[in-house]
Ligand binder design. Structure first.
Ligand code: CAA
Length: 378
């Protein structure tokens, strides 16, 4: 067992760390306040090679694996989880094409993302349906060489802005997962519209949208896999992409710990810095314990993906554990800051607002426990 990063990984980690420090941290609070996605950060990420790095070489990309993607993710989320979600959700839109698409489809859809800054999106959840993903209501009607898409998708990161959305739909409402299809819908498709979801609690620098499909004609050449594969492509995607959520959560926890250390060293009470009180030391120690164990878990899950080994159980554990650990770290970070932690002057209140979403998206932590338990009992 070897826990050391190789030279390339250390460089990648440093690149992402510098990027977070120079390009993300200085603007994060402002874009959070404005509820606006900082497009210039997406463009800069593209320029330095941090945008969509998993696109395979045959489609013109870098072809990075999950472990490397997660190393980047921890660093970017340290800067701002909302901005990291923009980049991470693009990988979520890319993953089903890597899982279910042919080489021709990968080159057609992903190639353009290697030529200029652009995002992908993944559209599974619906206004009336989230955890029961197979119960989707968005309909795909057969029309010869195309599907006619009708319905709505909800809570879609990058939705509307993305060059394409991978949309999951059913061909028969009573057909369960065996009736589902995965379709790549370009952003300029006729009959496709989108509405920005405003007033989110956190991650306000990421764009979240409702997507509406009214008689959208999607050519069958844009279908990933066969009829009946849609749900399984979505599940295999999420088994992978929950790991970068875990990595991002560790980044948030690390930020909470480092901000707490910085503040506690400066703040005095009863005539000495509050770092001298065990009440504070224990909080910092708990944060460090969570960060170290969480990182081991996301790295193990990512390593399994890169080895081509089963990873659904580990990715669910990593996602649930790391997001809850980071929620607790952000919460305790506020406690260390006292009243100052409760206002926007210090970054810790944003960490708590941001990390709450990590416990909900890409499958609630309750769903992660369903996945974990089913693995134990099967
Ligand atoms: N990999 C491959 N196949 C899988 C699978 C997996 N991980 N999980 C299930 N399957 C297969 C099963 O083997 C079964 O196939 P057969 O019938 O051929 O045997 C089929 O799929 C149905 O499986 P289940 O009966 O187990 O499915 P279910 O309906 O009970 O659902 C679930 C399981 C785990 C609850 C699933 O619905 C789920 O993960 N729900 C959460 C959805 C989710 O994570 N949504 C997040 C959306 S993304 C997001 O958040 C947006 C964003 O912008 C960030």
């Amino acid at each position: 067992m070897d826990f050391t990063l190789n030279d390339e990984q250390r460089q990648l980690q440093q690149l992402a760390r510098d990027f977070a420090r120079k390009e993300i941290i200085p603007i994060a609070a402002e874009y959070d306040r404005r509820e606006e996605l900082p497009w210039q950060v997406v463009e800069k990420a593209f320029e330095v090679g941090l945008l969509n790095p998993t696109i395979p070489e045959h489609a013109g990309g870098l072809g990075l694996g999950m472990f490397d993607e997660c190393l980047i993710g921890e660093e970017l989320a340290y800067g701002c989880m909302g901005i990291y979600t923009v980049l991470m959700a693009s990988e979520l839109g890319i993953a089903p094409i890597l899982i279910g698409g042919t080489e021709e489809q990968q080159a057609r859809f992903l190639g353009p993302l290697t030529e200029k800054a652009g995002l992908a999106a993944f559209a599974l959840s619906e206004p009336g349906n989230g955890s029961d993903a197979a119960g989707m209501a968005t309909m795909a009607r057969d029309d010869g060489d195309a599907w006619i898409l009708n319905g709505a998708k909800m809570w879609i990161s990058n939705g509307g802005l993305a060059e394409f959305n991978v949309v999951f739909a059913t061909t028969d409402k009573n057909g369960g997962h065996k009736a589902t299809v995965a379709l790549v819908v370009p952003k300029d498709a006729e009959g496709f519209s989108h509405n920005k979801i405003k007033h989110k609690m956190g991650q306000r620098a990421s764009l979240t949208s409702e997507l509406v499909f009214e008689d959208v004609r999607v050519l069958k050449e844009n279908q990933l896999g066969r009829l009946g594969d849609g749900f399984k492509i979505a599940m295999k995607t999420l088994d992978k992409t929950r790991i970068p959520v875990a990595a991002g959560s560790v980044g948030i926890a690390r930020r909470a710990m480092e901000e707490s250390i910085k503040y506690a060293k400066e703040r005095e009470a009863f005539g000495k810095p509050i770092t001298e009180f065990q009440a504070i030391q224990f909080k910092l120690a708990e944060m460090a314990m969570g960060i170290e164990t969480g990182r081991l878990m996301y790295q193990k899950a990512a390593w399994l993906v890169d080895q081509g080994m089963p990873h659904g159980f580990e990715s669910a554990i990593a996602k649930a554990y790391c997001s809850e650990m980071a929620f607790s770290a952000a919460n305790e970070g506020i406690q260390v800051h006292g009243g100052y932690g409760y206002v926007g002057e210090y970054p810790v209140e944003k960490l708590l607002r941001d990390v709450k979403l990590n416990m909900i998206y890409e499958g609630t932590n309750e769903i992660q426990r369903v996945v974990i338990a089913r693995n134990l009992l099967k």
